[in-house]
Ligand binder design. Structure first.
Ligand code: 5GP
Length: 125
């Protein structure tokens, strides 16, 4: 499977420091920052620093170190933001839109952390 990564996408530009972001966590392989158009009281985007388009691309081609770092950073952030259910938080929704039917707007793999109020059903159909 071939994945074409467009390095002009907005998250690639954030990673290159070309546009500012409100960083909440950074590790060797992962960056997390607040969404510019928050859809919940807590709305954080977590992205790998590597050039991956979608979740399946990341899972297929990222190193184990990148995958572990990303996964643990998401969990650590949920904990630090006070929304991890295992740590007494009220819970959160993790969304990784991937590909056209998901309405993925930015073609750099990312996980949304949404929380801070009851979020209702997953999809409004
Ligand atoms: P997607 O629809 O691809 O899953 O989500 C992309 C997200 O990126 C959207 O929630 C959108 O608000 C956010 N976003 C787009 N451009 C920027 C930006 O320049 N900075 C930040 N922080 N978020 C952005």
């Amino acid at each position: 499977m071939a994945y074409d990564y467009d390095d002009t996408n907005i998250f690639a530009r954030i990673l290159r420091g070309e546009i500012p972001n409100d960083t909440v966590a950074e590790t060797e392989h992962t960056l997390a920052f607040r969404d510019i158009r928050p859809q919940a009281p807590v709305h954080v985007l977590v992205i790998p620093k590597g050039a991956y388009v979608t979740y399946d691309h990341f899972a297929a081609e990222a190193s184990e170190a990148e995958i572990i770092d990303f996964t643990r950073t998401v969990a650590r952030l949920c904990n630090e933001l006070g929304v991890a259910p295992g740590e007494g938080g009220a819970g959160c929704r993790l969304i990784a839109n991937s590909g056209p039917h998901s309405h993925q707007e930015v073609p750099h793999m990312h996980m949304h952390i949404l929380a801070g109020k009851p979020l209702g059903p997953m999809l409004a159909v």
